[in-house]
Write a protein that binds this ligand. Structure first.
Ligand SMILES: O=P(O)(O)O[C@H]1O[C@H](CO)[C@@H](O)[C@H]1O
Ligand SMILES: [Mn+2]
Ligand SMILES: [Mn+2]
Length: 405
């Protein structure tokens, strides 16, 4: 039975990429800096001391990071017995955003330039926001700037509740984000507004419109909910997910995978909020998965709850939790199954600002028939897509070199 399980650790970079200078990210290292803060005793809430990742370490994470940066992350063991194949992959795509990373790992790098709203204030063209508001029948909006999604709720959430005006904001990514209160504004109304924005953004080549619903009575207790929704444009070419689906296989999305691929190549969608639920849903889908199936999970919390929030301690807890659950998956693996652990970009929680960081990502491959050892530096995340195509006997992708077979 051929099955591939992809565990996509959103934002878990393992060292600045060769082209990090173009992104202002020379020296960024999500894994390395978290490990250092842990080893230095600076991440002691709910955990203690050096980062404990025994399973990822045996799959080759530390060795991959060593090959990526030339040094061993503080407190980590580079001499553990290695049971997986491991490498670090560079990104060909022009952006360090989520769709670029995901599409590239499915064999389709983004070689065009995304549109961006570069201005930190007054970020959006008036003719764009006028059109969106007119179609939605709303008089005004708040924000119009680059922002952290939680900080902007503290600043403008109450005003939003008073005026009923949506909060529009963006970041260094190709995104148009809309934050609205789930109850006072309404969730369905927010989704409708996002769909209008998605249409009006067509000429701007913006990767995603993101609905950011929140709840709470005031600035002190606003919290974003699991009803976030991402409206992505479609990948520019068929990904390996489309190819498997077209060949009669199954592609199960757990978490926001389906949103990121604009539903292309997806045969089943399963939602989950939080790392625990995402793990639970993943393991259920592994139980149900038949031959010729990909179960593809995006573990978004690393990025949205800890990376962008610059929360080292939270990120460390999340990594240790993730690692602890790997044996449950290992117990379920058949002889031919392949597990791939990777990431879509970095989001170093020690870095300046709140944006992603341009980093190499880990490529950890585990299975009873996978030969343990180094896969070295991979020139593109597309090596993952090419490997999956080769494993399932699909037509080769245009990009990437297979590390399977
Ligand atoms: O600060 P929050 O709202 O989490 O937003 C972040 O999440 C977006 C998607 O990854 C990024 O573009 C960044 O703006
Ligand atoms: Mn991401
Ligand atoms: Mn992000």
């Amino acid at each position: 039975m051929k099955r591939v399980f992809i565990l996509m650790m959103d934002s878990f970079g393992i060292g600045a990429a060769g082209d990090a200078e173009q992104f202002g990210d020379v020296g960024a290292d999500t894994f390395g800096h978290i490990a250092k803060e842990c080893a230095d005793g600076n991440a002691e809430v709910g955990r203690s001391g050096a980062l404990q990742l025994p399973n990822l370490t045996s799959w080759g994470l530390v060795n991959a990071a060593h090959e990526s940066t030339g040094s061993v992350p503080a407190g980590m063991n580079v001499n553990a017995e290695i049971t997986g194949a491991y490498g670090h992959a560079a990104e060909l795509s022009s952006g360090k955003d989520t769709p670029s990373g995901h599409w590239e790992m499915a064999g389709v790098p983004v070689l065009f330039e995304w549109g961006y709203f570069h201005d930190k204030q007054n970020s959006f063209p008036k003719e764009l926001t006028d059109k969106i508001l007119a179609r939605a029948g709303i008089e005004g909006f708040l924000g119009n700037c680059h922002a952290s999604g939680t900080a902007i709720l503290e600043q403008l959430g109450e005003k939003h509740m008073q005026t009923g005006w949506p909060i529009f904001y963006t970041s260094a990514d190709s995104v148009f984000q809309i934050a609205c209160h789930e109850e006072t504004f309404g969730l369905e109304r927010l989704y409708e507004l996002c769909k209008i924005a998605r249409e009006e953004l067509e000429p701007y080549t913006i990767g995603r419109v993101i609905a950011r619903p929140f709840v709470g009575a005031g600035a002190a207790d606003f919290a974003r909910t699991g009803n976030r929704a991402d409206y992505a444009i479609e990948p520019p070419a068929p990904t390996v997910l489309d190819k498997l689906k077209d060949a009669g296989g199954q592609v199960v999305s757990v978490g926001k995978i389906a949103d990121i691929y604009a539903n292309c190549g997806i045969t089943k969608k399963v939602k989950g909020t939080g790392l625990e639920a995402l793990w639970d849903r993943t393991l259920e889908q592994v139980d149900e998965a038949g031959d010729n199936t990909i179960v593809f999970t995006n573990f978004v919390d690393f990025d949205s709850s800890f990376g962008h929030r610059r929360d080292v301690n939270g990120y460390a807890n999340a990594l240790e939790y993730f690692d602890k659950r790997l044996p449950e998956l290992m117990e379920k693996l058949g002889d031919d199954d392949v597990v791939i652990v990777t990431a879509d970009h970095g989001c170093d929680p020690t870095w300046t600002g709140t944006d992603h960081t341009r980093e190499y990502v880990p490529v950890l491959v585990y299975g009873k028939n996978v030969k343990p050892g180094s896969l070295g530096k991979r020139e593109s995340f597309a090596d993952i897509g090419q490997s999956i195509a080769s494993y399932f006997g699909l037509e080769a992708m245009d990009y990437g070199k297979s590390f399977l077979n």
